[in-house]
Design a protein around this ligand. Structure first.
Ligand code: ARG
Ligand code: ZN
Length: 457
């Protein structure tokens, strides 16, 4: 009763100012609720497709962008947020073609449509913006986002860089398909995820159109720019598109051909390669210090070693197709990719999986390494710590020895198949392992995933 009175009064008071229809509905949450990055992502809608039109000049470092997000309201929405740094200036926002009001605050773009969006309604938001994008510094001191290089940009967005160059729902739980149209001055080349649809040159500038048709988390999107040598070819059953910094051309000879053997092997154990194309971006950016499994087309700061190539390609199944539900589950990416690399190196005859395990297991029980439980590295500063990678991989090896090869590989395959293009967490992996093996595995997972300390064998 009291509530009804309040609502009635509010509706009455604001009636002359805004249409009554805008009065119901609630604001979408400003974050997806991930404790590691509370502002990341947004509530109240599901982004389905991004159409990104970008114009970037590596000389002036200016970006002009138009982002169209096709979304669906998951609640009755009076307003909603997109993630975008405020150093990029938003010039206009429309919702379903009608001008909407907006404000920028911190890393949030807050959009108020002219009228409420009912739950379940599909809508599209168009944001025009510009500025001089740059990277963010992560809690661990590394950089991600729009990382400028001498001839363009090394664009890697894990864990939070997406907000540095386009507005969106930037938590990994909201996957969407993408179309990219990127215009750069010649001779710069713009490389993104998915399939190269075409390029059009006019007046010394070229527009590259890329189509990522399988759902993708924001942190796996890339638009990387440089004086790349672009190669779009077929190797075996794969469409392989590579972009190589000409300074590394000689060292990168045969780069495209290196993908199929790794992918064929992984497909034989994890199930079919999940995307329509593959390849990689080899930039000359040693200062970045890491590679990233950008979907379909990983980005490397140098010519990758065999183990780095295998690591990023394994992520296409584990991380890209099957994505964690929150950042603390990052071992589901890094532990799996590390283990897959052990498998590949074993296959090549470089080192057996058991040898790799023994090396990783070697640190003494009082070593700092063992203080971090695999399934929660403790905070965003530890996302890419060694235990996430190596203890994660060891966890899988111990599981394999416990349940046997046939069951273990059935578990990995089921994980890739059942959660294809989706999100899943550690609890789901534990449950799947117990289901497929028909065993209770809590002692093993307790010791390896959830408790600090060196587990005994
Ligand atoms: N996922 C990347 C890899 O496996 C590492 C990304 C590191 N990101 C960062 N901001 N430090 O290899
Ligand atoms: Zn990795």
């Amino acid at each position: 009763m009291k509530r009804l009175l309040v609502l009635t009064a509010a509706a009455f008071i604001s009636l002359p100012l805004t249409p009554a229809v805008a009065q119901d509905g609630r604001p979408g949450a400003p974050g997806a609720g991930d404790p590691y990055f509370p502002g990341q992502g947004n509530g109240g809608y599901d982004a389905r497709h991004y159409d990104l039109t970008l114009d970037y000049d590596p000389n002036s470092k200016r970006l002009a962008g138009v982002t169209r997000v096709s979304a669906r309201a998951t609640q009755s929405l009076s307003r909603f947020n997109l993630d975008l740094v405020s150093t990029l200036a938003v010039r206009s926002v429309t919702v379903d073609g009608r001008p909407a009001s907006f404000r920028q605050s911190g890393t949030e773009l807050v959009v108020t449509p002219r009228s409420r969006l009912p739950a379940g309604r599909g809508f599209s938001v168009v944001v025009s913006y510009d500025g001089r994008p740059t990277h963010v510094v992560d809690p661990d001191g590394s950089v991600d986002g729009w990382i400028r290089t001498s001839d363009g940009v090394f664009n890697a967005n894990e864990p939070q860089g997406a907000m540095t160059w386009y507005p969106g729902n930037h938590h990994m739980t909201d996957k969407a398909t993408y179309r990219f149209r990127v215009t750069v001055p010649d001779p710069a080349v713009a490389v993104a995820n998915g399939d190269l649809l075409g390029k059009v040159s006019k007046g010394g500038r070229t527009t590259y159109v890329w189509d990522a048709r399988e759902p993708m988390a924001s942190y796996l999107a890339t638009v990387s720019i440089g004086k790349f040598q672009l190669l779009d070819t077929r190797v075996g059953k794969f469409r392989v598109t590579t972009a190589v910094d000409p300074r590394l051309a000689e060292e990168a000879a045969g780069f495209a051909e290196r993908h199929a053997p790794v992918l064929d092997y992984f497909a034989s154990i994890f199930g079919p390669y999940p995307f329509s194309s593959t390849g990689g971006i080899v930039d000359d950016a040693p200062e970045v210090g890491y590679a990233l499994e950008t979907q379909t087309r990983p980005i490397y700061p140098r010519v990758p070693s065999e183990s780095l190539l295998a690591h990023e390609l394994a992520h296409q199944w584990f991380g890209d197709s099957v994505t964690p539900t929150r950042w603390s589950d990052i071992w589901l990416n890094e532990g799996f990719a590390t283990y897959a690399t052990w498998l590949w190196l074993d296959r090549l005859g470089t080192e057996t999986v058991q040898e790799a395990f023994d090396t990783a297991y070697a640190p003494a029980a009082d070593d700092e390494f063992w203080q971090t439980p695999t399934a929660d590295p403790g905070g965003p500063a530890n996302l890419f710590h060694d235990p996430v990678y190596d203890r994660g991989a060891m966890t899988l090896h111990v599981l394999r020895r416990e349940v046997g090869d046939a069951t273990f590989f059935a578990i990995l395959r089921a994980w890739a198949t059942e959660h294809k293009y989706g999100n899943a967490d550690t609890a789901a992996f534990v449950a799947l392992s117990e289901r497929v093996s028909g065993r209770r595995l809590d002692a093993l997972f307790d010791a390896w995933l959830f408790k600090p300390g060196k587990p005994s064998l």
